[in-house]
Ligand binder design. Structure first.
Ligand code: SF4
Ligand code: SF4
Length: 426
């Protein structure tokens, strides 16, 4: 693609990086076929190629973002399916991240939208506050149909996401150091996380039980809480980078062999810290080192030579977009589950997003609901006894559309190797 940035524009790191990405696109349009929003809406401007043109025009103009561009960028899930498909290696993730940061810096959203985004960006990364707000939202959740009937679809979507039963915090998973059982093989850090640690504390507990049984000392600092992924995808660069720096400080101080992540959305961002902080002289090197140590829990476990076990259940495996497209982890979770004795079935149209995508199912509820319905229909066609996946967003989103239990891969593995039965089966 030919670009027309001025020399002055190219002297800024964000535009220089965007220019290099844009020039790789050859307009072939292969990416349109695997883009969930194009598949649903059929509008070129809701395809990766269309969005790339919008971003190019927005950045070249040097002007504030306009409403039309913002509308189509907001509809992008950041699922990165387009990156898996693109034969030219266009790094759409870094391009849309730069575009979102430009939008947040230059575009004034309507008042209600600013308020809603502000509340989500402030509340969700803070586990204590998030838990309190869930309790409040639960009291208001019977009003979801009323909100919907008045056209307040985002409020209705927000209330609809509140769990029916407040998860009980687990003792295992709280900040601290968990010693290895038997011969110590190494020392790892576990990202405590924000939303996941509140919505499903059993995931971190299962991870710690399994890793310590395998001979790893596990450090949960808790100081880092949110990795910055949520605000990063909302274009709030300053907040996201501050959270990244805090996480890097904690894990550098902890002096660990690996940083284990159990939410694939977070893993994608942590593996990108090196890029996000490449122009920060105080952090560039440390950020790259932490990115290199970051491992999805399935990536780490597959290296552990786990024995065969008798899991037994018939599972549909849903690969989160951040797992298969963001981190290109395509076979490890299924291999682990099969070795643990589960029958694993791949979900048809597995490359399409379930509509979760961070705050997307609140901010774009109609598209998210259509994607969920499509995903659930594909899962239910397999008639599984449970669904396995590796991302809390997908667990919440898919769980709203089906009564089939949705369980994190690591909880199933912990159960198969001697841990308790996952809470989702209760
Ligand atoms: S990230 Fe996903 S929704 Fe966005 S353009 Fe790419 S394929 Fe489409
Ligand atoms: S597949 Fe890649 S090169 Fe082709 S239009 Fe999409 S982003 Fe551009």
């Amino acid at each position: 693609m030919q670009t027309n940035f001025t020399a002055e524009q190219l002297s800024t790191p964000r535009i220089d990086a965007a220019n290099n990405i844009l020039r790789k696109c050859v307009h072939c349009g292969f990416c349109t076929a695997t883009c969930p929003t194009y598949v649903l809406l059929g509008d070129e401007l809701d395809s990766p190629r269309g969005r790339i043109y919008l971003i190019k025009n927005m950045l070249e103009s040097g002007q504030p973002a306009d409403a039309k561009t913002v509308k189509h960028l907001d509809r992008c899930l950041s699922c990165l399916s387009c990156m898996t498909t693109c034969p030219s290696g266009v790094n759409y993730m870094h391009l849309v991240d730069a575009a979102r940061a430009h939008v947040e810096e230059t575009y004034r959203r309507p008042l209600f939208e600013r308020l809603l985004r502000g509340v989500l960006a402030y509340t969700m990364p803070r586990p204590g506050l998030f838990r309190l707000s869930l309790i409040g939202a639960r009291l208001a959740s019977p009003l979801a149909p009323v909100a919907k009937s008045f056209g307040a679809t985002r409020i209705a979507a927000l209330l609809g996401l509140v769990p029916k039963r407040m998860p009980v915090p687990e003792r295992v998973g709280q900040p601290g150091t968990y010693p290895a059982t038997g011969q110590k093989k190494g020392r790892v850090a576990l990202l405590m996380g924000c939303v996941q640690s509140v919505l499903d504390p059993g995931i971190n507990a299962a991870t710690i039980r399994l890793l310590t049984r395998l001979g790893y000392e596990v450090v949960v600092s808790g100081e880092e809480a949110c990795c910055g992924s949520l605000t990063h995808h909302m274009g709030l660069e300053h907040d996201a980078l501050a959270r990244a720096r805090r996480s890097i400080d904690q894990w550098t101080k902890a002096n660990v062999d690996a940083v284990i992540v159990t939410a694939s959305g977070c893993g994608t961002t942590i593996k990108d810290y090196g890029h996000m902080l490449r122009h920060d002289p105080a952090y560039a090197e440390k950020a790259a080192a932490i990115s290199a140590k970051a491992k999805d829990v399935s990536e780490f476990l597959v290296m552990q030579d786990l024995p065969e076990a008798q899991g037994g259940l018939r599972l549909a495996y849903h690969s989160a977009c951040s797992m298969q497209h963001g981190q290109q982890i395509r076979t490890e979770p299924q291999r682990l589950l099969r070795r643990a004795g589960f029958t694993v079935m791949e979900v048809p149209e597995g490359h399409l997003c379930c509509g979760s995508a961070g705050t997307y199912n609140i901010l774009q509820p109609e598209i998210a609901a259509r994607l969920r319905a499509r995903k659930v229909a594909n899962i239910e066609a397999l008639a599984p006894e449970a669904v396995a996946t590796g991302n809390i967003g997908c667990i919440t989103q898919i769980g709203l559309g089906t009564s089939i239990p949705i369980v994190h891969t690591v909880e199933l593995l912990d159960w198969a190797y001697g841990g308790p039965k996952p809470e989702a089966f209760a």
